[in-house]
Design a protein around this ligand. Structure first.
Ligand code: ADE
Ligand code: ZN
Length: 326
């Protein structure tokens, strides 16, 4: 169809992708083998068959288990390069990559292995394909704020590589207020902030991410649909939402893609964007996400263009860099 062509060919930015969530089963087996780690699944098919989730936590348990085979700089390089190759194929010309330092440092993997591997892949992809990038470490919200502060301080030796810091992992029981202090430290050091909010948690978490954590973007934010006053506010202050449709379906944030609030958010003039979140686990990269909502919600060509323009508008590119794309 003509819309498939438009989706595949229009330049896009991805603003919400966890590099650990791009870990395809095939690569996981390859790296496990060379690192002498035994996976608890017999085969790639076996592992892929386990990708059925009833909620965020069931997914996170598998996602953290998968990340355990990543040990060396080469592992992080291969992981990131495989994702960037997808970007190149799908006309994703700019990407803002999340990674979870604590998932790795907690088990003794040096910060430098993580960052050097990811960074070298980004540099190579920029030289090869012209893809631009930003790197955004995320704090794990199921761990303490003390641990986030410790991680932030350790990360500062690479501080010039980072544009922003984020907050991810289990939203239930770990509200934005828990991380008020570390986010203040992050902003004081001159970084932007983002946070997952209103994915499984209530619209109140979106308010709190804005007011307590002073974020520049909300990751997910789809529960905002429950709060008319919040929707007005998001539109008025032009607060971007990095929406992840296939993720929401796979984690049962929505029961059917036809029920996804994306179209309502757009119609409310909210700066919504489309993103893949953890594409290896949720069954699709950027274009599959665009495709899926386009079909389920009858998006128009204008909607698709708006989503692509929003992705640059909401990005952390400089104004000068943005002008290249819209
Ligand atoms: N970490 C990776 N993907 C996530 C998601 N969708 N929500 C919260 N934490 C995550
Ligand atoms: Zn996410």
């Amino acid at each position: 169809r003509e819309q498939v062509e438009l989706i595949n060919s229009i330049p896009k930015a991805e603003l919400h992708v966890h590099i650990e969530g791009t870990f395809e089963p095939e690569l996981m087996f390859t790296i496990a083998e060379r690192n002498d780690i035994r996976l608890k699944y017999k085969s790639v098919d076996d592992l892929r068959a386990a990708y059925q989730f009833n909620n965020l936590q069931e997914f996170l348990d598998l996602y953290y288990a998968g990340a355990y085979v990543l040990l060396y700089e080469q592992d992080f390089y291969d992981l990131t390069m495989a994702y960037l190759k997808k970007c190149h194929e799908e006309k994703v010309v700019h990407t803002e990559i999340f990674f979870d330092p604590q998932t790795h440092t907690q088990r003794g993997v040096p910060f430098k292995n993580v960052i050097n591997g990811i960074l070298q892949a980004c540099i190579d992809a920029r030289n090869e394909w012209g893809i631009t990038y930003r790197l955004i470490p995320n704090f794990l919200r199921h761990l303490s704020e003390e641990d986030a502060i410790k991680t932030f301080k350790e990360s500062l030796q690479y501080g010039e590589l980072f544009t922003a810091y984020g907050l991810d992992s289990s939203e239930k029981g770990h509200p934005p207020a828990k991380f008020k202090k570390v986010f203040e430290m992050v902003r004081t050091e001159g970084f932007l902030t983002v946070a997952h909010a209103g994915e499984e948690g209530p619209a109140q978490n979106v308010w709190d991410a804005i007011e307590l954590l002073k974020v520049a973007r909300i990751d997910h934010g789809v529960r905002s649909i429950d709060d008319a006053e919040l929707l007005d506010k998001l539109a008025r202050i032009e607060m971007p939402l990095t929406v992840c449709p296939l993720s929401n379906l796979k984690l049962k944030v929505v029961n059917d893609m036809a029920d996804h609030p994306l179209k309502k958010l757009l119609d409310h003039n909210i700066v919504a964007t489309i993103n893949s979140d953890d594409p290896a686990y949720f069954g699709g990269y950027m274009n599959a996400n665009f495709q899926s909502v386009t079909e389920a919600l009858d998006l128009t060509n204008d909607d698709i263009v708006t989503l692509a323009v929003n992705s640059f508008k909401a990005s952390f590119l400089s104004d000068e860099e943005k002008q290249k794309w819209f």
